[in-house]
Design a binder for this molecule. Structure first.
Ligand code: PRP
Ligand code: URA
Length: 210
C-alpha cells in the first residue's frame, strides 16, 4: 500500500466510529463525536509539524525549549460534511486559517458538482488539512485536491473518518503525494455509491437534514 496512507488503529477512534455507525445516534451526539474523532486523527496527522528551539524564561531559569515553528496551517473542509471536523482540528491549532470547498455528489452519476472555493493566502506556503468524513468513490476528494493544487497548494493532508477501498485507491492513485489519514477502511460501496457498512449520509446526520 502507498506509504502516504495511514489507517488509524487507536481504540478510541474505533470505538467512536462504532457510535457514529449506530443509526440511533442523534444529531447532537453525532456532531460531538465527529469533532472528537477529527481531533484524535489530527493529533496523528500533525505529528510531523516542524519544531524550533526558542528561549523561554520559566519562574526558575531561562531555557531553550521547542515550539512549533512558523509554518502556517490551512484547514479546508469539503462542504458540507467536512465542516463537522473543523472544530476538532481548530482545538489543536486555534490560529489556523480556514478555507472552504463546496461540492455535492450528483445523485445519478455520483460525480462531484463543485460550487464554491475560497482558500486562505498564500496557500502555497501552508500545510493544508483537507477534511471530509466520507471517502466513497473518491471523486469529491480528488476534485478538491485538484482545485487546491491549481491555486498553488502543495503540502496537502487529507483526513476522513471512513473510506471505501474504491475511494482510497482513486485518491492515492490520482494524488500519490497527498498524505491520507483514514479512521476506518470499510468493506465496499453499494450500487448507490454509499459506503458499507458506513454510517449513512454524513452531511444529513451532522446537520439533521434528510
Ligand atoms: C458526501 C461526503 C463527501 C462525498 C463523498 O457529500 O461528505 O463530500 O459525499 O463521496 P465521493 O467520495 O463519492 O465523492 P455529499 O455529496 O453528500 O454532500 P453534502 O456533504 O453537502 O451532503
Ligand atoms: N457520502 C456519505 O455521506 N456517505 C456515504 O456512504 C457516501 C458518500
Amino acid at each position: 500500500m502507498n506509504n502516504n496512507i495511514i489507517i488509524m488503529e487507536h481504540p478510541l477512534i474505533k470505538h467512536k466510529i462504532s457510535l457514529l455507525r449506530d443509526k440511533r445516534t442523534g444529531t447532537n451526539e453525532f456532531r460531538q463525536i465527529v469533532e472528537e474523532i477529527a481531533m484524535l486523527e489530527g493529533y496523528e496527522a500533525l505529528s510531523d509539524l516542524p519544531l524550533e528551539d526558542v528561549e523561554i524564561d520559566t519562574p526558575i531559569e531561562t531555557c531553550i525549549t521547542p515550539m512549533i515553528s512558523g509554518r502556517k496551517i490551512a484547514i479546508v473542509p469539503i462542504l458540507r460534511a467536512g465542516l463537522g471536523m473543523v472544530p476538532g482540528i481548530l482545538s489543536l491549532c486555534p490560529t489556523a486559517k480556514v478555507g472552504h470547498i463546496g461540492m455535492y455528489r450528483d445523485e445519478t452519476t455520483h460525480e462531484p458538482v463543485p460550487y464554491y472555493c475560497k482558500l486562505p493566502r498564500p496557500i502555497e506556503e501552508r500545510t493544508i488539512i483537507l477534511l471530509d468524513p466520507m471517502l466513497a468513490t473518491g471523486g469529491s476528494a480528488v476534485d478538491a485536491v485538484n482545485q487546491i493544487k491549481k491555486l498553488g497548494g502543495k503540502n496537502i493532508k487529507f483526513m476522513c473518518i471512513i473510506a471505501a477501498p474504491e475511494g482510497l485507491e482513486k485518491l492515492s492513485t490520482a494524488h500519490p503525494d497527498v498524505q491520507i489519514y483514514v479512521g476506518n477502511l470499510d468493506r465496499e460501496l453499494n450500487s448507490d455509491a454509499y459506503i458499507c457498512p458506513g454510517l449513512g449520509d454524513a452531511g444529513d446526520r451532522i446537520f439533521g437534514t434528510k
